[in-house]
Design a protein around this ligand. Structure first.
Ligand SMILES: Nc1ncnc2c1ncn2[C@@H]1O[C@H](COP(=O)(O)OP(=O)(O)O)[C@@H](O)[C@H]1O
Ligand SMILES: [Mg+2]
Length: 338
């Protein structure tokens, strides 16, 4: 169990990246409409659906990379799970303009252990998640400080290209966002295309990804029908499959079930449980039962009025729920506020 208390405010935005940089140059070719945020994580087309925050998704539209990486061959790292890697945030702070919204958040997100982020709306959970795969910097005027390590490599090191980081750290959003008119098959394959990855055995990658997302049995006989014809829960698993197609090491999920009915929610939770040993999962949820069902580790975020969000406490999920250190955690997990 770790706790964080407010400390003197001496961190400064180290990575001020209004708009985008490098491979995300705003002068690059534009995405089709509905693809607002450039070469996103794991082939995700949508960077805007995750946050209730004002103006999210105002990022400069950025272009895809033009070079194709050829991962042909049976030994391709893109034909199954990527390496299982942990993610660690160290003293991460965030700003939108002069508004500081996160204050020195440190969290160890270990592989093979689902980490849940809980807390009331507006306390910075989505912002934190977007910092974890370099999407935050796509918002004009956004800045951050601190470090994010993927298996000990700083994803903000100047040598790291944002598009590469987003390939390794995928994102699934609140609202399922498949291409509605595109076939189920092409939706999954679009993950590869957007990441600029060529594979010789696309059928195999599509099938494997759909299997891992727990959707294969339901769609194998209608792969050529539109993704938009699936139910909401199936669409969300299709989006998970699209993310998995490029074998990310980490999958970030921002309230992935909040638009779904209870049955679909349970199905996604089963999928998360099946995936937890293949990919490191960090999930934001407002559903306390869900946090307890799917996660082994949990961080409680809070932003007192007019102050930036921070982690009140984090620890094994059981401990955070049954025997929290901070009375505010107890109040929140027992539904007394938020
Ligand atoms: N694009 C943005 N521009 C300006 N402020 C934002 C933007 N996105 C979020 N915020 C603000 O940052 C704070 C944290 O928001 P967010 O990360 O969405 O919280 P949560 O996901 O916990 O609800 C809120 O005060 C929100 O209004
Ligand atoms: Mg949010």
């Amino acid at each position: 169990m770790t706790t964080e208390s407010s400390q003197p405010d001496h961190d400064q935005p180290r990575h001020a990246r209004p708009g985008a940089n490098g491979a995300d140059s705003p002068s690059g070719p534009h995405w089709p409409s509905g693809w607002p945020a450039g070469p996103l994580a794991a082939g995700q087309p949508d960077g805007h659906a995750s946050s209730g925050g004002a103006g999210t998704g105002t990022a400069t539209v950025a272009g895809p990379e033009t070079s194709m990486i050829d991962y042909v061959g049976a030994s391709s790292p893109h034909l199954g799970s990527g390496p299982l890697l942990g993610l660690e945030a160290r003293n991460v702070s965030a700003w939108f303009g002069s508004n500081k919204v996160l204050d020195r958040v440190s969290l160890d997100m270990q592989p093979g252990r689902v980490t849940a982020l809980i807390g009331p709306s507006g306390c910075g959970k989505s912002t934190f998640l977007r910092i974890l795969n370099r999407m935050h910097e796509m918002v004009r005027g956004a800045a951050l400080a601190g470090e994010v390590l993927l298996a000990d490599e700083d994803i903000y090191h100047p040598s790291q290209r944002p598009a590469d980081v987003r390939r390794r750290i995928g994102m699934v959003f609140q609202k399922p966002n498949p291409f509605p008119a595109m076939s189920i098959y092409d939706n999954v394959a679009s993950g590869l295309k957007l990441a600029g990855i060529k594979v010789s055995n696309k059928d195999h990658v599509v099938e494997t990804s759909l299997r891992r997302a727990g959707l294969w049995g339901e769609v194998q006989r209608r792969l050529r029908t539109p993704g938009g014809a699936l139910s909401g829960g199936q669409q969300q698993r299709l989006c998970i499959a699209r993310s998995l197609a490029i074998s990310p090491s980490v999958l970030l999920m921002d309230e992935p079930c909040s638009a779904l009915d209870p049955t679909s929610t349970r199905r996604i939770e089963e999928t998360i449980t099946e995936l937890q040993n293949q990919v490191t999962i960090v999930i934001v949820t407002h559903n306390m039962q869900q946090a307890q069902r799917v996660s082994k580790y949990c961080a409680f975020f809070l932003a007192a009025e007019g102050t930036p969000g921070h982690i009140v406490e984090s620890g094994p999920t059981e401990k955070v729920f049954d025997d929290p250190v901070d009375p505010r955690t107890a109040d929140y997990v027992h539904g007394r506020f938020g």
